[in-house]
Design a protein around this ligand. Structure first.
Ligand code: 13P
Length: 254
């Protein structure tokens, strides 16, 4: 059966003007409208969400982060309730760049629970710093996932999206992307953990995305050879022509 694909654009701290954010979003919207069986999710800086959400079309929007609490005296934070109220559907949690800014596993688990409680879908990022020949890092990934998803009820678990993003493959200093063949193995391994946690039906149904140096040249093979349920794209999602091309590729790869 044809599966639908999720193409998630994580714009990080870009662009620096609302005008440019609108320009990028309009192009993504047009491409998304034409791409059957592809769901495009834009994750712009939070300050742009309210404006961009006024004319989303078939696009969905995600936040790059949220807070563990819903309201109160927490200067500078953004509540999952506020995101939901704007019409946001997804929230990235556990991104390596947030971990570098201090998000511990406890915080990531609490954010995941807050997102799920609000009926939003968390895009949970997981990935090793480096690989070892013995495959010990794989056990590390499983332990992390079990910790983050501990106490998540099955009903809520249906909204989880997992993004496998090896940290050495992320950003301008990356040493390259994973290979689609390796991704396929990692995704099977992570899916086993999801099945163990939530049972076969739910575990098999949750999307597992690939992220880390995705570009217009390698996107297709992650979706076909790697059988990724979607992609989490940083730098290349700001090269709007290339993002549009990736959306088209995803529609063909279904
Ligand atoms: P790059 O695609 O720029 O490597 O970033 C990946 C990422 O962090 C997406 O969340």
């Amino acid at each position: 059966m044809a599966r639908s694909r999720l193409i998630v654009a994580n714009w990080k701290l870009n662009p620096t003007t609302l005008a440019e954010a609108k320009r990028l979003a309009l192009a993504a919207k047009a491409a998304s409208a034409k791409a059957k069986k592809v769901q495009v999710v834009l994750c712009p800086p939070a300050v742009y969400l309210a404006t961009l959400l006024t004319a989303p079309g078939k696009l969905l929007f995600g936040a790059q982060d949220t807070f563990t609490e819903f309201e109160g005296a927490f200067t500078g934070e953004i509540s999952p309730l506020q995101l939901r109220d704007l019409g946001v559907k997804y929230v990235i949690v556990g991104h390596s760049e947030r971990r570098k800014r201090g998000d511990t596993l406890e915080v990531i688990a609490a954010k995941t629970r807050a997102v799920l409680k609000t009926n939003l879908a968390p895009i949970i990022c997981i990935g090793e710093d480096k690989r070892d020949g013995d495959g010990d890092y794989l056990e590390g990934l499983v332990r992390e996932l079990e910790f983050i998803l501990d106490k998540v009820p099955r009903q809520a678990a249906k909204r989880i999206v997992l993004a496998y993003e090896p940290r050495w493959a992320i950003g301008a200093l990356a040493t390259g992307a994973d290979t689609p063949e390796q991704f396929l193995h990692h995704a099977i391994f992570l899916r086993k953990t999801l099945v163990n946690l939530f049972g076969k039906e739910i575990g098999m149904s949750l999307p597992i995305l690939y992220g880390g140096s995705v570009n217009v040249k390698n996107a297709d093979s992650f979706l076909t050879v790697g059988q990724a349920d979607g992609l989490l794209i940083g730098r290349e999602s700001l090269q709007i022509k290339n993002l549009v091309e990736i959306i088209k590729l995803a529609a063909k790869a279904v």
